[in-house]
Design a binder for this molecule. Sequence first.
Ligand code: HEM
Ligand SMILES: [Cu+2]
Length: 538
Amino acid sequence: MTERAAAVPLADRGYLTERGFRAWATTLDHKRIGVMYLFTTLFFFLVGGLFAIVIRLKLMTPGPGFISDHTYNVFFTIHGALMIFIFVIPAIPSSLGNFFIPLLIGARDVAFPRLNLFSYWLFVAGICVVFGSLLNPMDTGWTFYAPYSTRTAAAVTVLAFGLFMTGMSTILTGLNFVVTIHKLRAPGMTWYRMPLFIWAMYATSIINVLATPVIGITFLLLAAERLFGIGFFDPAKGGDPLLFQHFFWFYSHPVVYVMILPAMGIISEVIPVFARKPIFGYKAIAYSALAIAFISFLVWGHHMFVSGMSTVAGVIFSFLTFFVAVPTGIKIFNWIATLYKGSIHLDSPMLYALTFIFHFIIGGLTGMFLGALGTDVHVHDTYFLVGHFHYTIMGGTIMGLFAGLHYWFPKMTGRLLDELRAKLAWLFIIVGFNVTFFPMFILGYLGMPRRYAEYPPRFQTLHIVSTVGSWVLTIGIAIMFLNFLRCMRKGQPAPANPWRALTLEWQTASPPATDNFETIPTVTTWPYGYGKKGDAGE
Ligand code: HEM
Ligand SMILES: [Cu+2]
């Protein structure tokens, strides 16, 4: 491969034309705001990843290590809290959602551009407060469990306040998206002509608007308890620690679907384009997103099976949990049916989409073990769970994000990615990911508890395998990011529609102009008519 000495200039830099800090910081363009979110969240993915690497290094040896056990607790708390609250919750909705919702529905911007900009800066301000808490860092785990979190001397109140702000930003973004999807669709874009990514973002936004206030209020109660000694959660003050767990999971279970639904939306876009086939079961996929959003509010108790809840409640929550598997299974079946007899193109977005399906099946099925009351009692709070949620979040959501980044890179930057490097990165990532996280299922099954800095030596071999895997994974992620950075400046100029896709964002220039479309398109059909003669996509 020959290196090009200088960047190839783009004929038209579209929305990227205006340069300078001010132009970005005060922009009302949803695309620029999306890009700012993308850079911010990806940066914290890398920071959270650094903590993960240190955690894994420590776990190579069973006894006391190069960091103290307290530091270990702090590190997995920072790792978890950053990854969940600052990275994965906003990662797809606020970045790719902001960038692509208006483009996919044929609008010029979101419904409330100023509110959108405000949400971004509120998010940044929240992150600053979160970092303020690092002066006296928290060691409670990302779950903030009371009563410990009400008593520890660490800066819980500051962290809770920072997350309150980022949560507020999430709510405002969710509202903005719901109104945008209702009000700003191009003429002719009926609900059943909407791309499935839009359905997914719609369901996600509804969860964000309904669930996030609950955690916000919980954080306020926690702060009130710490600051004013009001007994909400601490039994010594007449509170109930289980109330905290109920509040926390009433938010945090639905929020796992905030993490996964947008990724599922991306997969529903990528699969038909690279299989050159109409999506199978469009309505089933669309409605299953809403069904997942609805059911997600009914199952929080599965995180509390061992908290002393009554067996009857446990059985009911366990039973309800299995219902989530139905709409989830519907999606997976429909994607596979779309692939069936398709003309599969294994470009990098498709590789990541297939990787999503592969990992998510493992993550989802192990979720069934955790949702079943009888088995969860045994594997609760072990590495089985750590394996499960990394398979769903990292193996699922993050692979969906990577699929989306590779798919939409030409649209966002106006340049093509280097496919060879993209595929090389993918190879490292899929191998590294599975070597890192699969051993965790076995470790958990054998009884290795989560959140322990030290462990019996018989677990060491599997821990070493996992740590070596994390190095392979890191190399893959590094190659991927370097490829992004390099091709942002030096990639070949991209045509408007390099993947021959039918959704509206590809019918405008790469990168799009500030107001997206020269004239607002009129929609006459759904966007999945692939493989038929005479279609624009063929
Ligand atoms: C880069 C690869 C990653 C590695 C090697 C890794 C490793 C780990 C390990 C070993 C733990 C368990 C710590 C313990 O229980 O003692 C952990 C916890 C956790 N990880 Fe990761 N992780 C990675 C990426 C991610 C991502 C992408 C997310 C989410 C977006 C994530 C979310 C979490 C959460 C929420 C916890 C629980 C923290 C707690 O127990 O409070 N991780 N991670
Ligand atoms: Cu849950």
